[in-house]
Design a protein around this ligand. Structure first.
Ligand code: NAG
Ligand code: NAG
Ligand code: NAG
Length: 367
């Protein structure tokens, strides 16, 4: 303060001309403004924006110096590896926070809790391998979330639970193999979803999510790409182009396994079973074999069904034919016997009369 007063004196001292006095007042005003809305030394602050990007920072600058009206905080292209749990407390005015292109490995569960007005959170290109399910708690206004280019292997259930306002979400460029439909169901307003460049496994674990995604697209939403990595025969294909009938076997698998929910893939279950407690070795070809094993029983069962039905039909026809033949034979022999007896009993009667008689009998017996 003493220093600033001295520099002010230096600037203002000397001639007492009117224009100089105006300059002096302006200079003091400027100083006052700068003192009120201070800025961490490495950042550049303009009205409601603080830009602290591209300075190879490995720790956060003194964010408590930021004015309470700051809306945009930019920290990209630094070397941040972690954040203290209280990093953004008292910054509830923030609307946009950019932490992209850093080396953040994990984030404290409630680090963003105070940011109730945040609409855009950018965590692109960091080293996140897992997210706490409570990470987004308190972020009730979030509209855009970018977690692309990280090492995420899963999206925890509950992470997006209160994100009804989320419009844009990117999970592209992670290590995701499957997603749980239940994680995404709260996103009633989602319009844009990026899922590209992940090693998707297009098996039963992804079936429900595929259905949800088709519903999202039906609502007018956009999904960039979900290219299958496994099984081999679907490699490179977008799961949206795989007909839903290809997943019919999943219902059967569910039934056979007593409707076990989630968990291991049907392939993992199938391969894990024969190994007695040992390590489950998963080669790339296994899920394919498994998929084939799962497909095979249906066709075999269908073939068996066809044979059984054909057999039953043939059997019925055969029995009917045998019955008809037997009936014919018995009837013929009975008639022959009757004719013989008739001839024996009435040897004196005329041939014509006997014939007429026998014809009458025949007709009555048929009737
Ligand atoms: C936040 O603000 C409160 C009072 O406004 C203060 O007591 C507290 O120390 C601040 N916390 C941080 C981390 O700046
Ligand atoms: C956050 O937004 C609410 C309304 O949306 C507003 O009343 C409040 O003042 C905002 N908080 C800050 C710190 O700007
Ligand atoms: C990711 O971040 C690192 C470190 O900041 C940077 O060197 C690299 O170019 C970034 N990659 C992309 C694709 O943005």
């Amino acid at each position: 303060m003493w220093l600033t007063a001295r520099t002010a004196k230096r600037h203002c001292g000397g001639n007492s001309q009117y224009s100089v006095a105006v300059h002096c007042v302006l200079y003091l005003l400027l100083l006052h403004l700068q003192l009120c809305s201070s800025c961490p030394s490495v950042c550049v602050c303009r009205s409601t924006e603080a830009d602290c990007g591209g300075h190879d920072l490995s720790t956060l600058p003194a964010l408590s110096l930021l004015p309470s009206t700051v809306q945009t905080l930019l920290l990209p292209n630094n070397h941040l590896t972690s954040l203290p749990a209280s990093a953004f407390t008292n910054l509830s005015s923030l609307v946009r926070l950019d932490l992209s292109n850093n080396y953040l490995g994990n984030l404290p569960a409630h680090v963003f809790t105070d940011l109730g007005n945040l609409t855009e959170l950018n965590l692109r290109n960091n080293s996140l391998t897992a997210l706490d399910r409570d990470l987004l708690q308190g972020l009730g206004s979030l509209q855009r979330l970018d977690v692309s280019l990280n090492g995420l292997g899963a999206v925890p259930l509950g992470l997006l639970e209160h994100q009804h306002g989320l419009i844009w979400l990117s999970l592209a460029g992670n290590r995701l193999q499957a997603l749980d439909r239940a994680v995404f169901e709260p996103l009633e307003n989602l319009q844009h979803l990026q899922l590209g460049s992940n090693p998707w496994e297009c098996d039963c674990n992804l079936r429900d999510f595929k259905n949800w995604m088709e519903w999202l697209i039906y609502r007018g939403g956009y999904v960039d790409a979900v290219e299958c990595t496994l099984p081999k025969d679907l490699r490179g294909r977008d799961i949206r182009s795989v007909p839903v009938e290809m997943f019919n076997y999943c219902l059967q698998v569910d039934n056979e396994n007593g409707a076990t929910k989630g968990g291991a893939t049907p392939c993992a279950r199938a391969t894990a079973a024969p190994l007695p407690g040992g390590a489950v070795v998963q080669s790339e070809s296994e899920p394919l074999d498994c998929a084939k094993q799962r497909y095979r029983p249906i066709s075999v069962r269908r073939a068996i069904g066809t044979v059984v039905i054909a057999g039953v039909v043939c059997g019925i026809v055969c029995i009917m034919m045998v019955a008809a033949a037997a009936y014919g034979c018995i009837y013929a022999s009975l008639m022959a016997k009757y004719q013989r007896e008739l001839k024996k009993r009435q040897p004196l009667m005329g041939d014509a009369e006997a014939e007429a008689d026998s014809e009458e009998k025949q007709i009555s017996s048929v009737a």
